[in-house]
Design a protein around this ligand. Structure first.
Ligand code: FES
Length: 610
């Protein structure tokens, strides 16, 4: 039996017909946006999927809801969307989460303008009775006459043949060439430009940048939260979701249609048409590229962690559902391993790490800390599981990088102050705020080096303005940033952040050890990705996430993966740079390494006050 679910938020009211027994979070997936956050993938563990039941019939709160919501909250109508099931018509309210703050900019890379996929217009000879060679042969021969020998394609892809069969009847034919293959063929349309799109598919966000393949000019960029987030915040939750019936297809279709829509929006904004897009280069972690391709990613989550594919490849973008016209190439960039994917490779290519003299350390921090160390003579790389704390998940008052998230904390005139994204009233703590808050609490003596939050006696010995920030919660002491708004770090939050920072710091230690190098031999420290870009270096060194010795060598490079993908669709040299990076990379497996385990335990301790 179906019931009506009415959904209200600050901007709209929507209605869905929902089968009885469906969870609210499953029902909300039918909306074309992420209505609630579900970082734990709907397992009832994170408490982030709260909704308010205004009226109607939902299942009674189960044991997990009763654990994550107080009796007062349940009495006021709060529910977890992943646990509450529809038993009759119902109306729910969603909290307003504001706009996401997403890092779009990346390093600008100077690669020669020479797109790896190009449209070339030629006049194949018209078919006649004396020369009955097929359309493919006549097109290849015309292209061989028009292009230098090393650029002439040798075959036509099956997907291009239907268009060729209609076009090659005596007029001008436009062929889309990638490598030595024709990927698309159609009658030439006057006035069309050739456009390209660089895409970075992050687990949290998706970036698309539109460029003119003729001039190299950027025509605009869009970033959105990844439409798969309803299936969990991290790659392991997405992999688990892909293994449920129909999960892989659902995740594949979500990301494909999101990118396709973003491309349409970008081209409309630029006064162009999506049909003018001739090339799309895609970076992303290994799991994201598997999901895009519709390839089961399950083996990535299980030892020995072998993905189905890592090599770069050129495909027809229409076959991947990214555009609807045949004349567009999609380049999937290469990765190194299950956990050092094409996003890290594209980022390193964008900053030309593969050509750099000396030694650079490259860090992309998120739920996985992916890192690389080296330069033109060789690169060691590894990935360390930091957990979702830096994405704001698993932290009681944690949130993503949305408006109102506390993103900076400092001590001023003897008390703790904070700033929020967009200057909005505080509604939670995001990853950079978490690091800053820990640094401030450590300096204030509210948290000690072992990560223990002060008890009542210890708080009493602190200056009154600081001591008043400590209070006893249900599960132990809390360190408050804002008592009025109930924003604090619990003892468990401090432990989660401690584990995350220890994983990253121990990863850096182990990578340097494996390379036989010391901190004094690190010439540059590149911080990539959204979290890295917002990170305050002082806070990061204070909590021991980054080595203080490298504080003066930090270069923030923003969305380097997006920059690398964009460069790859503009330049064959940049595309080849990705392959060069992969060939230089050697993966260091951290699990089971005794030196990593020892460093991890050592890095759990926060540095002492200087
Ligand atoms: S508790 Fe519902 S998604 Fe985590």
């Amino acid at each position: 039996m179906k019931h009506v679910l009415r959904i209200r938020d600050r901007l709209r009211v929507e209605t869905l017909d929902v089968e009885e027994g469906t969870s609210v979070s499953e029902a909300l997936r039918a909306l074309d946006r992420e209505a609630v956050e579900t970082p734990c993938g709907g397992k009832g563990l994170c408490g982030k999927c709260r909704i308010l039941l205004a009226r109607g019939e939902l299942s009674a709160p189960d044991e997990r809801e009763s654990r994550l919501l107080s009796a007062a909250e349940i009495a006021a109508g709060s529910r977890l969307a992943c646990r509450a099931r529809l038993l009759g018509n119902a109306e729910i309210e969603l909290a307003w989460r504001g706009e996401a703050s997403i890092v779009t900019a990346g390093p600008s890379s100077a690669f020669a303008l020479d797109p790896p996929a190009r449209r070339v217009a030629v006049f194949p000879t018209a078919p006649k009775l004396e020369d009955r060679s097929d359309d493919e042969a006549r097109l290849l021969s015309a292209l061989a006459g028009a292009l230098p020998p090393d650029r002439a394609p040798s075959r036509v892809a099956l997907a291009a043949l239907p268009g060729l069969a209609l076009a090659a009847r005596g007029g001008e034919v436009e062929a889309l060439i990638a490598g030595d293959e024709v990927l698309g063929a159609s009658s030439r349309r006057a006035g069309e430009r050739s456009l390209g799109v660089g895409v970075d598919i992050g687990t949290t966000t998706v970036l698309c940048r539109l460029v003119d393949l003729g001039s190299g000019e950027s025509l605009g960029a869009r970033t959105e939260l990844n439409a798969q987030r309803g299936y969990g915040a991290d790659v392991l939750s997405r992999i688990a979701a892909s293994e449920e019936g129909g999960g892989l297809e659902a995740l594949r279709d979500r990301i494909r249609s999101q990118i396709a829509r973003m491309i349409v929006d970008l081209t409309l904004d630029a006064g162009a048409s999506a049909e003018e897009v001739a090339s799309i280069a895609l970076a992303g972690n290994t799991t994201m590229l598997h999901l895009l391709a519709g390839v089961p990613p399950g083996a990535i989550a299980r030892a020995p962690f072998t993905p189905a594919f890592l090599a770069g490849r050129a495909e027809g973008a229409a076959a991947l559902g990214l555009v609807s016209h045949p004349g567009c190439a999609a380049f999937l960039l290469p990765g190194v391993s299950a956990y050092v994917g094409a996003d890290i490779v594209a980022g390193m290519a964008a900053i030309r790490l593969h050509e750099s003299p000396g030694n650079s350390l490259y860090l992309d921090l998120g739920t996985n800390g992916e890192m690389a160390f080296g330069g033109r003579d060789g690169i060691l790389c590894c990935a360390t599981a930091a957990g979702p704390a830096f994405e704001g998940a698993g932290i009681e008052k944690g949130t993503g990088g949305f408006e109102g998230a506390i993103d900076s904390v400092w001590i001023e005139e003897g008390s703790i102050r904070y700033g929020t994204i967009g200057g909005r009233p505080a509604n939670g703590i995001c990853g950079s705020g978490l690091i800053d808050a820990l640094a401030a609490f450590l300096d204030a003596g509210i948290v000690d080096e072992t990560g223990r939050v002060a008890d009542a006696d210890e708080a009493g010995a602190l200056p009154p303005a600081l001591g008043a920030l400590v209070a006893q919660g249900e599960d132990g002491p809390r360190a408050y940033l804002d008592r009025k708004r109930e924003i604090y770090l619990s003892q468990a939050d401090v432990r989660a952040a401690q584990l995350a920072k220890a994983a990253i710091a121990a990863g850096i230690d182990t990578l340097l050890l494996a390379a036989g190098r010391g901190l004094d031999e690190v010439d540059r420290l590149y911080l990539a990705g959204g979290f890295g870009s917002l990170l305050d270096v002082h806070g990061a060194t204070r909590v021991g996430l980054l080595p203080p010795e490298l504080a003066d060598r930090v270069l923030v490079v923003g969305n380097a993966a997006g920059a690398g993908a964009t460069a790859a669709c503009l330049s064959r040299q940049a595309l080849e740079a990705c392959s060069r990076v992969v060939s230089l990379c050697k993966y260091v497996e951290l699990s089971g390494r005794s030196d990593f385990n020892a460093a991890y335990i050592e890095r759990m301790i926060f540095p002492e006050r200087g």
